[in-house]
Design a binder for this molecule. Structure first.
Ligand SMILES: Cc1cc2nc3c(=O)[nH]c(=O)nc-3n(C[C@H](O)[C@H](O)[C@H](O)COP(=O)(O)OP(=O)(O)OC[C@H]3O[C@@H](n4cnc5c(N)ncnc54)[C@H](O)[C@@H]3O)c2cc1C
Length: 389
């Protein structure tokens, strides 16, 4: 087959996406953008898909994908930029402030180290774009979808307990953290509206993410039972407990939603492709929410899969190529988040001394801040690489 016929073959290919969460919707949109026909299936209807109370930290790697797909400008009003990232280790008594100048030069013009985006506007915009696309067939709310033809690429984007992954017989390496995490939306005083905070505490990290004005999302890690107990507290007691652990000068005023506790795990599927099937997003991997990497890592899967489709070939070849290319990023980010949680969630004397030295170096060295921010926001594989425009 010539290169031309291979490209034509991939043009005519129909792709089936199982799962319309933020990863499944993004991959369906990205493939339709490449003139692929897509069948997207999810047992939940569009109302339920948009209903999750969660906010995502969006990095520059995700910004680039959203811009390429034309959803960035549409969501611009909902993206809350943060221009400072305040990182503190409360047990070691050290603080590092990352500012926009610590970004790679090409990222600096975009007015944000990162952005916070609420689940609802994100899903509403993605589902709307998919509904409008003539290339996408949506089968939501459990509506039966056609069976994929034998040459279709099948994408499992059906979340961490992926029934599709199970049915393909793909096992996982996994580790369940003792820590769980609790998410809640609150009104806070004493934090700048353009600032995100990651506070390392002995019971686990606490992220404070700006949602606009004085609204913030807290992602509060602690032993799972404690998260569950806190999620069941009356609002005034919950706010008292939060006030007790926030640094001096930051005060919670109001609880805006019902706090929810989640178990946390690191998980990596033993393979990311089987035959003409691939695992994307949390169907293939999961990491601790420290550093807000989760969804960005899922969307880098989308980026690599679409590039593999662009290169052409049979569905099997596209799947195998994707499976080979994703390992390093997933292992590096999974390992980095795991090490961060293990090293920083304690008061062990030697580790506290190590953290004090490491954070002091980070505070003093702009080069170190640039390298760590580059890994967080563009992905570790981009360190030392030229960024695309
Ligand atoms: C508490 C918490 C805080 C987080 N904070 C952040 C953050 O700040 N930044 C960030 O980037 N990430 C964060 N994450 C991670 C982020 O939520 C996930 O990375 C993201 O939801 C993964 O999206 P997904 O589409 O892969 O999976 P999911 O969102 O789980 O979607 C899976 C979809 O598959 C569907 N499905 C299930 N079974 C089937 C089936 N049999 N067939 C078809 N479809 C099916 C489900 O209905 C669902 O719609 C956080 C996670 C948690 C738990």
């Amino acid at each position: 087959m010539t290169r031309h016929t291979l490209v034509m073959a991939s043009f005519l290919m129909e792709t089936h996406v199982m799962g319309a969460g933020p990863t499944g919707c993004m991959v369906a949109l990205a493939l339709a953008h490449q003139n692929q026909r897509v069948v997207l299936f999810d047992p939940q209807n569009s109302k339920a898909l948009a209903a999750r109370s969660r906010a995502y930290a969006i990095t520059h790697s995700s910004r680039r994908l959203m811009q390429r797909l034309g959803v960035w400008d549409e969501l611009r009003k909902d993206l809350v930029a943060f221009e400072q990232l305040d990182l503190r280790d409360l047990a070691a008594g050290r603080q590092v402030l990352f500012v926009s100048d610590d970004l790679a030069e090409k990222n600096r013009g975009h007015h944000g180290i990162g952005w916070i985006l609420d689940h609802r506007p994100l899903m509403t915009a993605l589902l709307q774009r998919l509904q409008e696309s003539a290339l996408v067939q949506l089968h939501l709310g459990g509506e039966a979808a056609p069976i994929p033809s034998p040459d279709s690429l099948v994408i499992a984007a059906d979340g961490p307990s992926s029934p599709t992954r199970e049915s393909w017989g793909i096992g996982c390496w996994q580790h369940r953290y003792r820590q769980g995490c609790l998410t809640a939306k609150v009104v806070l005083r004493g934090v700048q509206a353009n600032q995100a905070c990651e506070l390392f505490r002995p019971e686990g990290p606490l992220a404070v993410l700006p949602l606009g004005n004085d609204h913030f999302q807290v992602v509060w890690s602690a032993p799972m039972q404690r998260c569950q107990d806190r999620s069941a507290l009356p609002p005034s007691e919950f706010l008292d407990q939060l006030a007790g652990i926030l640094p001096q000068g930051i005060d919670p005023d109001l609880l805006l939603d019902q706090p929810k506790a989640f178990p946390q795990q690191w998980m990596l599927a033993r393979r990311l492709s089987r035959g003409r099937g691939v695992l994307v997003g949390e169907a293939g991997h999961r990491c601790h929410p420290v550093g807000g990497q989760g969804l960005n890592l899922c969307w880098r899967d989308v980026d690599v899969l679409v590039k593999s489709v662009q290169k052409g070939g049979t569905a099997k070849r596209i799947a195998a190529r994707y499976g080979r290319q994703r390992w390093i990023d997933l292992i590096l980010v999974g390992t980095a988040t795991d090490l961060l949680v293990r090293c920083f969630s304690n008061r062990i004397g030697l580790l506290v001394v190590f953290r004090r030295i490491a954070l002091q170096l980070l505070k003093q060295s702009r080069g170190l801040r640039q390298v760590s921010l580059r890994a967080m926001t563009d992905g570790p594989l981009q360190i030392g690489q030229a960024l695309p425009d």
